[in-house]
Design a binder for this molecule. Sequence first.
Ligand SMILES: Cc1cc2nc3c(=O)[nH]c(=O)nc-3n(C[C@H](O)[C@H](O)[C@H](O)COP(=O)(O)O)c2cc1C
Ligand code: SF4
Length: 618
Amino acid sequence: MLPNLFMRASLTMRSIMNISCADAIGDIIEELQADRSRLMDVALAVQHRFGHISKDSVKAISALLGIHPVEIEDMVSFYAFLDQEPRGRNRIRLSNTPISLMKGAMDVACAFEEVLDLKLGETSSDFEFTLEWTSDIGMADQEPAALINDMILTGLTPSDVPGIIVSLRRLKDKDDLPPFPPKAAHAALIPKAIVHHSLVQSGPLLSGRLDPAAGIKAALNMPPEKVIEEMTASKLRGRGGAGFPTGMKWRLTRKSEGEEHYVLCNADEGEPGTFKDRMLLAEFPDLVFDGMTIAGYALGSRQGIIYLRGEYACLWEPLQAALQIRREQGLLGSNICGDAGFDFDIRIQLGAGAYICGEESALIESLEGKRGAPRDRPPFPTERGYLQEPSAVDNVETYACAARIMERGAAWFASFGTKQSAGTKLMCVSGDCARPGVYEVPFGITLNELLDLCGAPADTAYVQMSGPSGQAVAPKDFGRRIAYEDLSTGGSTMIFGPQRDVLDVALQFAKFFVDESCGWCTPCRVGTTLLKQGMEKIVDGRASLADISATEALANTVARMSRCGLGQTAPNPILTTMRNFPEIYEARLAREKFTSLTALDDALREAIEVQGREPVEV
Ligand SMILES: Cc1cc2nc3c(=O)[nH]c(=O)nc-3n(C[C@H](O)[C@H](O)[C@H](O)COP(=O)(O)O)c2cc1C
Ligand code: SF4
């Protein structure tokens, strides 16, 4: 009898749980008014509600949204912030970039391990804590930093750790965690849960009071085509890295036929060392919203979407509040600024921890609730983007520039910078310097001038420009100009003093690309792992000259054969350090020559003598 009773009881419990799980998911879907394309929001909400996305949750989502369970599991397994198995209620993710490591992240990690009696990568038996490394969280100017649930903690030291854990345990007693949508209120209860202002130097883009309506009104006073002409005349180029002319992108999107046109803002900002978009969204959200609204008018779009990286979930609430104020001011919604027929609104899509989702076609896939795998192109997003409709994907800073251009004029904007690089650039400075942060500088200044501005030491050994996907710049090139025609950059500027190990940093970046490859194509999936192994051998001093040549050849193959920008740029840290610092590679060559057969015979004879035993013939 007993087993039957037990079985019936557990079955009943299971069905109750299933019902409550399905009910809760039903509520989530209803609240979000979600359809298939909002699978990411549903998955994030389920993750926050239950701590993971179980098989039962998958079944419930599948039944309610009409998506095959395999498709849901496929999507969930792709993202670092979505789990299929239970993890700790408090998820402690420590940033392990070269910058955070050189600022003491390892000591902070050891302190967490000690206080929690956990190893990195483990979850406590009571499922209260999971401790793990994560890649860049957009805090390079405030490292060591951590992401705990949705809160960002900065400037951590080992002595902060006990207080943080005590506070997190207290939050549990209040049953306040986990929060979704992210609640900024929790941050006030945790030591060091603070993001400091990052803007150190402003220029024409960020100085002066912004009348939120000025740029929009100026745009509305001209036909949409003229707005695009203004963008072209301003010579604005995309600030996300590639420098594509914005006017041309908007023109291509406008002229593509579709039932809808979409304005997409790329706020994925996953390139290690970059944090300008976080700063803009935190401190100048209206400038970005203005730019998106102007784009909406120019493209004939009714919908803008900001793809906000999961690491910036703490910005969710303030951004939603800022959007609501704009709706109340008539700057979003119907008949914007009294212009009959111009309807436009903006929603925010939170990401879930995948660097590749910064690549525009992967971003669109993710927006549609799928794995963030890049699409084959053509067709380009301007033709067939979000939901197969024409879409302009632009960087946060690009939209901020567009707003100022409409407010102050194309000629005003083009008067700054160089011939091929108009305007100013937001540079994110981190590493070995006195004043890390965001600097607005005119295009054309030299790297040396930027290093002076931020108080970098005179003996700076090298600068990693534009993040791991950029290049390692040696002191002989510090006189180069920051501009698309010379040192092209998305903004990340990591400074390394003479005490840093160039090769070890290149290895860290190689590991980053292994973790972030989406795995779709072999050159990148396998190649990044082989490159990491090659660099490990080099850093350990076990590599011969032939190993270094083989690593270089492989790096060139990965760059040439990979399907998208991630794989094509992943070998850059290795190739540019090999090019600029050959003497460091040479000095790290294996000192011991290959052990000859005679040496092996000698070693064998010695072993026989010591052990007094002859080898057994087999
Ligand atoms: C792996 C990878 C990651 C990227 N990450 C970002 C990003 O975080 N933010 C961004 O604006 N562009 C990123 N890009 C570039 C985008 O694909 C796209 O070019 C950009 O959003 C276009 O905007 P823009 O014209 O305003 O620069 C990335 C590209 C690749 C290949
Ligand atoms: S290059 Fe890398 S990230 Fe891009 S599609 Fe191939 S595997 Fe994915």
